[in-house]
Design a protein around this ligand. Structure first.
Ligand code: FAD
Ligand code: NAD
Length: 400
């Protein structure tokens, strides 16, 4: 009997999980052997991570066990960390062994981009995973406790957010909402707490609609966030941050939201990367690799005017759908279809009941935008886990 081709999907993020779910729905019995590899046994909802990082939501609400999403009879799940991709041998090296593939889907996501800034890797926190946001929440709480021991050292209460892109702004808004609670819990005078968002560009959310940017700045300033614009972070030390203009700010909490690059494993595998991200064609394949697809934050897909689409969950999910289709087409000897992104909008949260963005080209702000953000989240949960998942993450949420 002819052996079913082996499809290996690396990463159970937005791109990988959607591809796996589509394949499990569409593939006929014995058409292919699908294996999904992820370093954790859960999928995390990255778009929520700024909330558990600030402590305004429980981390449990930002993750879903892979086995709740995948039918293990149809897709094999391997919980392990990928350490090497050997393209010539069609082999994946894992911490727990090796896997061979006929078709490979790489959805390993991104990593924080530090631009070689001294001390960032060692001294700053990143909003990237469930574990990293647990650490941020606990660290910030500890700073309030430590301040009570050393009331002359206000650097315990100075919280730096490095980079005012979407991640930075969303986190700053959430953190501002959390401060009054922390001040009450630890008997701290709120006027001693500073949240400083530092941005290299002259504006917050560079390139975004100026009217919405102004709205965001006004909301965040009103919540107590200070901005330092047009000045890059130059160095990060344990107890302070140094800016390119020579200014030093004493602070023991630096949360770096200055951008991402592609997963290092791709360049190590021999792909040419642009900040670690690999350019793919309209079938989502890198040049010269007919059996490999690269999706999500570790890939670059160019728009018709030659600009890369930003690395977003929206794009990653749509890529997951198309790759599943194209894999089935390849296996069945049919024609693949090109990826055509459909951008439905962008909504960024600014904390409780506040957000900004575009939904189908309409500008939205305030509580309505916040509601839209919620609807987008529900839609995603519905796509990956149906009504049951929407209910379990809304009505039956984990609480502190
Ligand atoms: P990821 O979702 O990062 O998934 C990668 C997966 O690979 C993870 O499960 C990881 O554990 C696994 N992995 C990594 N390395 C290994 C390894 N070596 N071995 C095994 N497994 C590994 N985008 C939007 O469109 N809308 C938003 O509102 C939005 N909000 C965001 C808010 C925040 C705070 C952040 C940080 C990002 C946000 N984004 C948003 C961007 C979005 O989250 C990413 O673009 C999206 O997660 C990319 O999906 P992905 O599948 O490429 O990677
Ligand atoms: P980003 O690259 O979009 O923003 C990083 C910001 O840091 C930029 O504004 C940059 O100018 C600034 N920066 C870089 N170096 C700096 C330095 N030395 N000092 C000070 N500032 C510096 O990264 P992000 O915000 O993490 O977003 C990553 C991707 O995820 C983007 O594609 C974004 O669209 C997406 N995202 C979307 C949402 C949403 O839709 N709600 C939320 C979060 C992230």
């Amino acid at each position: 009997m002819k052996q079913a081709p082996k499809i290996v999907i690396l990463g159970a993020g937005y791109a990988g999980i959607v591809a796996a779910i589509r394949l499990q729905k569409e593939l006929q019995y014995n058409e292919a052997e699908v294996t999904l590899v992820n370093k954790h046994d859960y999928h995390y909802i990255t778009t929520h991570l700024h909330m558990p990082a600030a402590g305004t939501d429980h981390p449990e609400n930002a993750r879903v066990r892979v086995q709740e999403l995948i039918d293990l009879q149809k897709v094999k799940f391997v919980k392990s960390t990928v350490t090497e991709i050997l393209l010539a041998e069609k082999t994946i090296v894992l911490e727990s062994g090796k896997l061979n593939y006929d078709y490979l889907v790489i959805g390993l996501g991104g990593e924080p981009e530090t631009f070689g800034i001294k001390g960032l890797k060692e001294n700053a926190f990143n909003i990237r995973s469930i574990n990293s946001v647990r650490l941020i929440r606990t660290h910030i709480e500890n700073q309030f406790a430590l301040y009570k021991q050393h009331p002359d050292q206000t650097e315990y209460l100075t919280l730096i957010v490095g980079g005012a892109g979407f991640t930075g702004v969303e986190f700053a808004g959430e953190l501002a909402d959390r401060i009054p609670v922390l001040c009450q819990t630890y008997d701290v005078d709120q006027s001693n707490v500073r949240i400083i968002n530092i941005e290299a560009s002259p504006t917050v959310l560079p390139g975004f609609d100026p009217e919405l940017v102004k709205y965001a700045i006004d909301v965040l300033k009103h919540k107590g966030v200070e901005f330092k614009l047009g000045v890059p972070v130059k160095e990060c030390l344990e107890d302070r941050i140094v800016l390119a203009n020579g200014e030093e700010i004493k602070a023991r909490s630096v949360i770096w939201t200055g951008g991402i690059r592609g997963n290092h494993l791709l360049e190590e595998a021999g792909f040419e990367g642009f900040r670690g991200r690999v350019k793919v064609d309209e079938m989502l394949q890198p040049a010269g690799h007919e059996n490999v697809f690269i999706l999500g934050d570790c890939s670059i897909f160019l728009s018709p005017d030659g600009k890369p689409y930003p690395p977003t969950a929206q794009i990653a999910m749509q890529e997951g759908e198309v790759v599943a289709y194209n894999l089935m087409a390849k296996i069945r000897g049919q024609a693949m279809k090109p990826f055509k992104p459909s951008i439905k909008g962008t909504v960024a949260s600014l904390g409780k009941n506040e957000a900004i963005g575009f939904v189908f080209r309409f500008k939205v702000t305030g509580w309505f935008a916040a509601l839209m953000k919620q609807v987008i989240d529900w839609r995603y949960l519905y796509i990956i886990g149906g009504v049951q998942l929407v209910l379990s993450k809304t009505l039956f949420k984990a609480r502190w």
